[in-house]
Design a protein around this ligand. Structure first.
Ligand code: SF4
Length: 477
């Protein structure tokens, strides 16, 4: 399916409630991150360490994946490889069917969103219930997450209150957040005890020990991975790390960048199914490792950097485009800057290339990324690839886009002006004098922006005036 980013972004901009919800949430998350990183030098060192750990991991990715598989098998965790979303869903469906399972409870997992797991299972008669509160709200509303960490961030508490009142039998309207969470918890608690299977994501998979690490705040992840008799973990192949020593810096970067917490409320380490004599834990544990285009990203020296992502969401929270239009406008599982880099590589530039244009290249995402992914460079590279697709419209250096004659003309004009200093001075002086006659609308550019107006004096004039004033001052002393 081709994405319609442009139309969806325009619709989002016209929704004042949505903009209000995002503005408040993004301000809050940015402030939380800032308060978690008060020492800029320490942050710099930690980011450099995070970058190094992930870069070293990528350099040994095939070996580490083999090591992870061997150690998981040794621990009694069954490992499944899935090249495509369909394969991942099929593997999970087969595991559930083998035990006649009817109900799966799910912890938060963006990879399960990526493969469309809920939909796949529901089509085959298996209920797949989200247990993360944000995901539960989104599932109840029949929507998709709008943020990778805070799935229901696009909704206000009043909207959630109406949703609960409409969709949950016997629940009256209340916008008291504690009561709303209490309602959700009560429903989910019963489901945990009835579920045949628990499904979770994985934040880090440790190759040297065969350990699956899960970061969460609500305790639902621990319930999913310990109460049902079977636990299925699904993750992308890039989530592997070499050693347990790699975890503390990455965990610190993840929680502080995502929610401003020094550490999350829960940090689960799963190294095997329940052992003899243990009081809880599943009888069997499965790990599904998904490729879905990641091997292809790995082939490109530059785009490979995408695989360093630890899915903290900070790039979205700081993106001026995302924070105005929200996640649904992108129409993809991963929105915002990381989505603009990941999705065109997974689905192809022909389907998702348009979203690379929803970026002002302001650089904020790259500056906050805890593992120093150069997101603006990668977005620009993908844009270039999109423009250079073999459709006969390659860019002509120095002449702007040949596809858009107006742009090409504007750039040639700019080139001529810049090449002739006297002409540049003359035109800028004239522009300052005629500033009141400058156009108020410049096509689509001014639909959401104010048209720029020339300053009352050009920079050259200001500098000449300053030089003259200095001379006069000097002469009078
Ligand atoms: S690209 Fe960086 S900032 Fe964005 S989600 Fe990934 S790790 Fe976080």
């Amino acid at each position: 399916m081709n994405n319609h980013f442009r139309e969806q972004a325009i619709d989002a901009l016209a929704d004042p409630q949505l903009r209000d919800n995002f503005r408040g949430a993004m301000d809050f998350l940015r402030a939380k991150r800032q308060s978690a990183f008060t020492d800029t030098e320490a942050l710099k060192q930690l980011r450099a360490l995070g970058h190094k750990i992930k870069a070293n991991t990528l350099a040994r990715l095939p070996d580490l994946l083999e090591q992870l598989e061997q150690n998981c098998l040794q621990n009694g965790i069954q490992v499944h490889w899935a090249e495509t979303p369909e394969q991942a869903c099929e593997v999970i469906h087969n595991i559930i069917s083998a035990q006649n399972g009817q109900l799966a409870v799910k912890g938060k997992s963006m990879v399960s969103e990526e493969v469309g797991l809920n939909h796949y299972l529901e089509k085959r008669g298996i209920e797949s219930l989200e247990s993360d509160m944000g995901e539960y709200i989104v599932q109840l509303a029949n929507e998709t997450p709008s943020h990778i960490i805070m799935p229901a961030i696009h909704k206000s508490k009043e909207q959630i209150a109406h949703l609960f009142e409409d969709k949950i039998e016997g629940v009256d309207y209340t916008d008291n957040v504690d009561e709303l969470i209490g309602t959700g918890r009560q429903i989910l608690r019963e489901k945990f005890s009835q579920a045949d299977v628990g499904i979770s994501g994985v934040n880090f998979a440790v190759a040297e020990t065969g350990t699956l690490c899960l970061v969460e705040n609500e305790g639902n992840g621990r319930m999913c991975t310990t109460v049902p008799s079977t636990h299925i973990a699904i993750t992308g192949i890039e989530k592997v790390v070499a050693t347990l020593d790699d975890i503390p810096p990455l965990l610190s970067l993840l929680t502080r960048s995502a929610t401003g917490q020094n550490i999350s409320t829960y940090f689960n380490m799963i190294s095997s199914p329940r052992k003899t004599g243990e009081k809880d834990g599943p009888q069997s544990v499965h790990l599904v490792l998904l490729d879905n285009g990641r091997s292809r990203m790995y082939q490109d020296e530059n785009l490979q950097q995408t695989l360093r992502c630890i899915r903290c969401g900070a790039c979205m929270n700081h993106c001026p485009v995302y924070s105005r239009i929200g996640g649904h406008a992108y129409g993809t599982v991963y929105p915002g800057p990381i989505g603009q880099v990941v999705m065109p590589q997974i689905d192809g530039l022909d389907k998702q290339g348009e979203m690379t244009e929803g970026c002002s290249l302001n650089g904020a995402c790259g500056e906050v990324c805890p593992v120093e992914i150069p997101l603006p460079n990668l977005i620009r590279k993908l844009r270039e690839q999109k423009s250079a697709k073999p459709d006969g419209h390659a860019l002509t250096p120095g002449a702007g886009s040949q596809r858009k004659p107006k742009e090409a003309f504007a750039w040639s004009l700019w080139q001529t002006l810049y090449g002739q200093p006297w002409l540049y001075r003359f035109v800028t002086k004239m522009a300052t004098r005629l500033r009141h006659a400058s156009p108020r609308a410049i096509g689509g550019w001014t639909r959401y922006r104010t048209a720029p107006k020339p300053a009352p004096k050009s920079l050259h004039e200001l500098m000449s005036q300053r030089a003259e004033a200095n001379q006069t001052d000097g002469a009078s002393k």
